[in-house]
Design a protein around this ligand. Structure first.
Ligand SMILES: Cc1cc2nc3c(=O)[nH]c(=O)nc-3n(C[C@H](O)[C@H](O)[C@H](O)COP(=O)(O)O)c2cc1C
Length: 235
């Protein structure tokens, strides 16, 4: 089992460290781990050209006019069985870099659109998309904030999982956490989030859960909130 940790914080800061804490817990359970400090990768903003949705609908392929590391980052996510996103809370929500990554996931990686493309490619006698793209995935989010301004963070974070249709396992945030790596309860919670992610990823592997057909599968481990997707209470 591969677990990928993505941190959107400053280098070796709280987000990096807490991400590594959770990854270590997954490693102890037997997972192969990879950590990415997303700022080390070249992730450009979506330019709004809509080449991605046009390419998918017209059966031309997965096209993005931005030439950067996003496609490689998406590949890393696709190949992982579980993804943990740890992101600093900025202006009560996800960070700018996280939002950029989220927009780039957007229509170009929407599972319904990818299925349409897969069908069109096969109709044209071409090879379809990597079947791994249609395998279900466990994903968890943690926001880390220096104050208690956090009202949008769960909603923002869960959006990354919305268009691919991946299953959110935990979507938590820690407030007043400038010294989070010294807070034993928060460290223990990160370890639990890692453990929950491994268990959900194992369920997906054991049951060969594909994204299509798994709409009603609930792997959520946190408190039930108002929204059935992000479990936040904004709406
Ligand atoms: C531009 C900016 C906006 C911020 N806004 C918030 C906020 O709305 N709520 C909050 O709790 N913390 C906020 N913070 C504090 C960050 O969440 C905190 O610095 C970060 O989690 C530290 O993580 P790092 O050590 O991994 O960089 C903000 C920080 C910056 C730089």
């Amino acid at each position: 089992m591969k677990i990928l940790g993505l941190s959107f914080g400053t280098k070796n800061g709280n987000n990096d460290t807490m991400c590594r804490v959770a990854l270590e817990a997954t490693q102890k359970m037997g997972a192969e781990i990879e950590f990415i400090h997303v700022f080390d990768w070249d992730i450009k903003f979506c330019s709004g050209c809509v080449a991605c949705s046009r390419g998918l609908v017209m059966g031309k392929g997965m096209i993005c006019t931005q030439k950067d590391d996003y496609a490689a980052l998406y590949e890393k996510m696709v190949e992982a069985d579980g993804v943990l996103v740890v992101d600093p809370i900025y202006e009560s929500g996800g960070s700018g870099l996280f939002h950029a990554a989220c927009d780039r996931m957007g229509p170009g990686h929407d599972t319904g659109m990818l299925m349409m493309l897969d069908g069109k490619l096969k109709e044209q006698g071409k090879e379809g998309l990597n079947p791994r793209m249609f395998m279900q995935k466990a994903i968890s989010f943690v926001g880390i904030g220096g104050s208690d301004w956090a009202c949008r963070v769960q909603t923002d974070h869960a959006m990354l999982a919305m268009s691919p249709g991946w299953k959110v396992v935990d979507n938590d945030f820690f407030s007043w956490s400038k010294d989070v790596i010294m807070l034993d309860d928060k460290v223990a919670r990160m370890q639990e989030i890692g453990k929950n992610l491994v268990e959900a990823a194992q369920y997906i592997i054991d049951n060969h859960v594909m994204i299509p057909g798994s709409e009603n599968l609930d792997l959520w481990k946190g408190e039930k909130g108002g929204c059935p997707h992000c479990h936040g209470n904004n709406f």
